[in-house]
Design a binder for this molecule. Structure first.
Ligand SMILES: *[C@@H]1O[C@H](CO)[C@@H](O)[C@H](O)[C@H]1NC(C)=O
Ligand SMILES: *[C@@H]1O[C@H](CO)[C@@H](O)[C@H](O)[C@H]1NC(C)=O
Ligand SMILES: *[C@@H]1O[C@H](CO)[C@@H](O)[C@H](O)[C@H]1NC(C)=O
Ligand SMILES: *[C@@H]1O[C@H](CO)[C@@H](O)[C@H](O)[C@H]1NC(C)=O
Length: 476
């Protein structure tokens, strides 16, 4: 980062890129599939993870509002961040993970990549929690109370938080000229991406829509056919009672929509985390949970394909979805409508409604009920990137349903798209394991090489007194 530039300039730069993104967002028609609100209930039955991670937690006095001068603006809240300095050599790079919609330990535990590569880079690792998630609640328990409080939950404020915190940290460590490499996955990646202009070197995953399961034809047809059966049942007298029974809900359903969301979540998330090794990101799941798990009863489509054809499609779909919710085999019944939000994700609904471009689109060939959205407008993001961006890796796995909205083409020599056919949702961020397939090993190797190259360039620039390749004032 440019050590000579002032904080206010940084905020100005942030603002510049955000203004562009805001325009993109405003020009979008918003389209809501039932599943568009699915994040809200996504982690219901997961046991809250208590990962053992080699980080120390700190709390930074953060300002509530970086952009206005209302009486409340200067209120301070404590923003949590995690540090691992074990591998760091002073002056070495600082790897920052910009938190997303959940408590920060959860992401730290699922982003082993940083720990794996820290020794090679002698890097300091910093995971910063996103405001309004985990413990970083500006108004404590009342944070989600109303728009009065939630108004301070937006990506501009979050980005400014990160900038202020990183700057303070660098100052405190007397490491102002250390290069900062920012990592983000999923929403955290979108946020990271908005840093482009501040000349952080960035790794990013950006995502938007639609689904592709690496599944059997029968599995596809069963799931595709299950929606109409669900619809038909839901309009019958006593339909909800019947649905509660076949979905094995803990309490009677109030609406068939929640049953639909429940199925939707299971299919979308299992595809998203179709990792080549056993993992516990959204929920505990075996390796390749969609189709290829080693054991018959451990893959969603094997379960569906293995059921007698006279079983209704809906029941088969539910059996498949149950793998996602009950891989632990400990669920007595399913909390479809009243689950606890163990990852404290409720703030996500607010964000998804206010500023995220997260349309879901499904053609009538999709296994999900069809719905439309035109991507053409979204492509303008490439223009913005071309003009303002540098040093970004967009990594997308095509198994990940979100990949369809990702940046899948190289945009310039320093805005690089790495696309893996078999990759799932930020699979490259996970700890390496001995079972990793070759393509994954290769993907991570490529990422490490690119980061290394950029860091070398940065140090070379610093030696020559050139501070960076970030935005010039003429770009504003
Ligand atoms: C830097 O030091 C100041 C003064 O001790 C402290 O208030 C602040 O929290 C520190 N910054 C970080 C990121 O820890
Ligand atoms: C979860 O799995 C266990 C073991 O297979 C089974 O006994 C239980 O009924 C399942 N729970 C639900 C709600 O289907
Ligand atoms: C699916 O969509 C295409 C293109 O919009 C349309 O031509 C076709 O008739 C649709 N098929 C069905 C079965 O609805
Ligand atoms: C982008 O360029 C890199 C080389 O810099 C290459 O490895 C990668 O495959 C390219 N990505 C795409 C999507 O073509």
């Amino acid at each position: 980062m440019a050590s000579s530039s002032s904080l206010s300039l940084h905020l100005l730069l942030l603002f510049a890129i955000l203004a562009i993104l805001a325009t993109l967002i405003e020009s979008k028609p918003t389209f809501q599939l039932p599943g568009a609100s699915f994040y809200k209930s996504s982690f219901k039955q997961a046991k809250a993870p208590k990962p053992k991670i080699p980080y120390t937690a700190y709390y930074f006095p953060q300002v509530l509002d970086h952009f206005t001068f209302h009486p409340k603006s200067s209120k301070i809240f404590y923003q949590k961040y995690l540090i691992n300095s074990h591998y760091w050599h002073k002056g070495g790079p600082i790897f920052v993970y910009t938190g997303n919609e959940g408590h920060i330990e959860w992401f730290a535990a699922n982003t082993g990549f940083l720990l794996d590569i820290a020794p090679k880079f002698k890097a300091l690792l910093v995971f910063i929690e996103h405001r309004f998630y985990g413990e970083s609640m500006p108004f404590g328990k009342d944070s989600y109370k109303s728009a009065e409080t939630l108004g301070y939950l937006n990506s501009q404020q979050a980005l400014a938080d990160y900038a202020v915190l990183i700057r303070s940290l660098k100052h405190n460590l007397s490491s102002e000229s250390s290069p900062v490499v920012v990592f983000g996955g999923s929403y955290g990646g979108i946020a990271t991406n908005e840093y482009v202009c501040v000349c952080f070197h960035v790794i990013n995953k950006i995502y938007f829509s639609a689904g592709q399961l690496d599944a059997s034809m029968n599995c596809y047809e069963v799931i595709k056919g299950s929606w109409a059966e669900l619809d038909a049942l839901s309009v019958q007298k006593e339909g909800l009672t019947e649905l509660s029974k076949i979905f094995r809900t803990c309490k009677d359903l109030h609406s068939a929509d929640s049953a639909l969301d429940w199925l939707w979540e299971a299919f979308v998330y299992t595809a998203m985390v179709n990792y080549p090794t056993e993992a516990n990101f959204m929920k505990p799941l075996p390796a390749y949970p969609v189709q290829q798990a080693r054991l018959l009863q451990m893959a969603m489509c094997k379960i569906i394909d293995g059921m007698p054809p006279e079983t209704t499609k809906l029941r088969r779909a539910i059996a498949g979805a149950s793998l996602y919710y009950n891989y632990s085999q400990t669920e007595k019944c399913f909390e479809i409508e009243h689950g606890a939000d163990v990852h404290v994700l409720s703030g996500w609904n607010w964000q998804a409604c206010t500023e995220m471009i997260m349309p879901m689109t499904c053609s009538n060939k999709s296994m999900f009920p069809p719905s439309g959205f035109d991507y053409k407008d979204v492509e303008r993001i490439e223009l913005a990137l071309k003009r303002f961006g540098s040093n970004i890796i967009f990594s997308n796995g095509m198994q990940d349903p979100w990949s369809r909205g990702g940046v899948l083409k190289n945009i310039s020599s320093s805005i690089i798209a790495l696309v893996t056919k078999k990759g799932a949702h930020h699979v490259d961020f996970r700890f390496e394991t001995k079972d990793d397939p070759d393509w994954l090993v290769e993907l991570r190797r490529q990422e490490v090489d690119i980061i290394q190259k950029w860091i070398h360039e940065y140090y070379a620039d610093v030696r020559q007194g050139i501070v960076s390749q970030c935005c010039r004032s003429s770009d504003l």
